[in-house]
Unconditional design. Structure first.
Length: 356
């Protein structure tokens, strides 16, 4: 189970790692929106994730239910989404089948009823692995106290993607941006001005990581007349079709500015210098684990001379510019990458312990 076939390279990367960690004798069935894409790219059988009868039918012939990566048990998308996964977990348990939560993030859970429901679901899950310590802490807060073999805390499994050799000294700037409520209209200006001034003679490539959501953001900002002239003339959009294509772009870049979690991770695995813009705590957590600069879009930066006052556009631009200049053409720590890669491998243990 997962958000596969949504033309999101992050979800594609998660599915690739999950399939690699399964036993070669397994015959997985993936839930997918674009079934043809997933079937052709990964060589797996698929059912329409939007059709509950199809998914229930596939569950009836399966030996286990795996919730694969991402944050599926959350109610920020909708409470209905949480009910969907709850129904499948409970049905699997009624059929006597193991339920494995693989490399999961947990939350946010904004409703009391959501927390009560997830408490019940965790108690009925066979085993789980968490992609971050905050998710594991929330699970414990909800009353789950498994045996050691039933749980583990690692890093996001995409950190285990095969690394590339970075060759981007002096290369273009890559922007892995997404539309977000925190940046609307003129709120974009200090960010775009900082990018414009960062390396004024380099090309700027906009990389939509989720084709359905991110593609066209560059054109939208052009139409709103928010791009400085230099940035406008140096910018173009390139849409990679696979995580491997995205990594090839990242490996040749001088800096990747990423809002997408898996854009940040795959850029770092490609050896590229990275900095993050965090619209969600998961992005901030990954950036801090890596040790790269991160600016939280959810909290306005404060003026260092007046800490309780929001920073003006010019001061914010200068702060961003200084942080990004410091990591331009400076790849991330190889030691940090090795630690995150090792932690990401923990999730494979879930299958060996529970599925044989």
């Amino acid at each position: 189970m997962g958000y596969y076939g949504e033309h999101n390279l992050g979800d594609d990367a998660l599915l690739a790692v999950l399939l690699q960690q399964l036993s070669r004798h397994a015959e997985p069935i993936a839930t997918a929106r674009d079934q043809q894409l997933v079937a052709s790219r990964f060589g797996v059988a698929c059912v329409d994730r939007g059709s509950l009868p199809e998914v229930i039918g596939a569950l009836g012939s399966a030996t286990a239910l795996i919730l694969g990566g991402g944050s599926l048990l959350q109610d920020s998308t909708s409470f209905r989404s949480l009910l969907y996964y709850a129904a499948l977990i409970l049905l699997a348990r009624l059929q006597g089948k193991p339920v494995l939560l693989w490399a999961q993030g947990l939350g946010p859970l904004r409703r009391r009823r959501s927390r009560l429901l997830v408490r019940a679901l965790l108690a009925r899950s066979t085993a789980c692995s968490w992609r971050d310590s905050a998710s594991a802490a929330l699970a414990r807060e909800l009353g789950w106290s498994p045996q050691p073999w039933q749980s583990g805390v690692g890093s996001d499994p995409v950190w285990t993607f095969p690394p590339l050799a970075w060759h981007g000294q002096g290369g273009p700037l890559l922007l892995c941006f997404r539309p977000t409520a925190q940046l609307q209209g003129h709120a974009w200006r200090p960010w775009l001005e900082a990018i414009d001034r960062l390396a004024p003679h380099r090309e700027v490539i906009w990389v939509p990581f989720h084709a359905g959501q991110d593609r066209g953001l560059l054109e939208q900002l052009r139409e709103q007349n928010l791009l400085p002239e230099g940035l406008r003339s140096r910018s173009r959009e390139v849409l990679p079709q696979t995580p491997a294509e995205a990594m090839a772009l990242f490996a040749g870049s001088g800096l990747v500015l990423a809002m997408r979690l898996h854009g940040l991770i795959l850029a770092a695995v490609s050896g590229a210098p990275v900095a993050a813009l965090s619209y969600d705590p998961k992005v901030q957590a990954a950036a801090r684990a890596l040790g790269c600069p991160v600016h939280d879009l959810a909290e306005p930066s404060n003026d260092p001379l007046a800490p309780n006052q929001p920073m003006g556009d010019q001061a914010l631009r200068d702060q961003l510019l200084a942080a990004w200049q410091a990591c331009l053409d400076q790849p991330p720590s190889a030691e940090r990458l090795a630690q995150l890669r090792q932690a990401g491998g923990l999730h494979a243990e879930l299958f060996s312990r529970c599925l044989g």
